[in-house]
Design a protein around this ligand. Structure first.
Ligand code: FES
Ligand code: FES
Length: 280
């Protein structure tokens, strides 16, 4: 791996993570590099606006940049393509590979991992080529050709899931009847928060809600029903449904190191709904 690639990994991930990522780079693709990094801030409404001509690495079709936004658990990869009608098109996905956490690049068509050559669709984050099996997060991105401003909504959510209002997420039993049953779960990305949340009714009837962001390198944990735990696809950390660590992440040498618990929310219920508070 080149010195510049090593330096880039440190810049994106920090020294410890860069060491882990660089150790996992036996077969770096010679012509795919992680996209160059820029730091920006989001508006209070969760929108990041970028004037395209200010970013020479983004301006040509096939260009891409890595966008770091304070408060976002992972950097974002913003890619410039053409749509079917031949117009400029921009799309945004999380920029950390879901295989073992390398920063991603763009080959002009697909999002590519320099480490083990996983490929992802830049428009929806779906996996196009293994070894990664978990999709990237995608973010609603719009482009105004008149002003040449591209806008990324970092707090967008699932249209079928309730939004966060004043830090509170209300899940009506009429929409989520399973939440009345012990041993059930509901998951979704609420607008206004922008990250996946899991809500559980445990076997003893108590409720729990946690953020899906893994506390190792910010991949998204998944609920593994067989284990009854939340498991990270990137380095196999596992957490209870209340967010406590069950096992730490795997290091390249096969050892495991502990991680902090997942972010937890306060949960209550009324006769009509489960209410998750502190969703900020
Ligand atoms: S880290 Fe292995 S393919 Fe991306
Ligand atoms: S990101 Fe490494 S175990 Fe989750």
């Amino acid at each position: 791996m080149s010195t510049s690639r090593r330096g880039f990994l440190k810049g994106v991930l920090g020294t410890g993570a860069a060491g882990a990522a660089s150790a996992a780079l036996p077969g770096c693709a010679p012509d795919i590099n992680p996209a160059p990094v820029t730091d920006v801030t989001a508006s209070a409404a969760g929108t990041v606006d970028l004037l395209v001509p200010r970013y020479p690495d983004l301006e040509p079709v096939g260009g891409a940049i890595t966008v770091r936004v304070p408060g976002q658990p992972t950097p974002l990869l913003l890619a410039h393509t053409k749509n079917d009608g031949g117009s400029d098109d921009f799309s945004t996905v999380s920029s950390i590979c879901t295989h073992v956490g390398c920063p991603l690049g763009f080959d002009g068509k697909d999002v590519v991992c320099p480490c083990h050559l996983s490929k992802f669709n830049p428009r929806d984050g779906s996996v196009l080529q293994r070894p990664a099996t978990t999709p990237l997060r995608s973010f609603k991105t719009t482009y105004n050709p008149g002003t040449r401003v591209v806008s990324i909504n970092v707090l967008g959510g699932d249209t079928s899931f309730p939004s966060v209002v004043n830090g509170q997420l209300t899940l009506p039993f009429s929409q989520f009847p399973d939440l009345r049953n012990n041993g059930s779960s509901v998951t979704g990305v609420p607008s206004g928060y922008g990250l996946r949340i899991f809500v559980f009714r445990l076997e003893d009837g108590t409720l729990s809600a946690v953020d899906s962001t893994c506390t190792h390198q910010q991949c998204e944990v998944e609920f593994n029903a067989a284990e009854s735990d939340l498991v990270c696809p990137c380095h196999d950390s596992a957490f209870t449904r209340q967010g406590e660590m069950v096992r730490g992440h795997l290091e390249p040498n096969g050892s495991r190191l502990p991680n902090p618990p997942l972010k937890k929310f306060t949960v209550s219920e009324t006769a009509d709904a489960v209410i998750v508070s502190g969703v900020r």
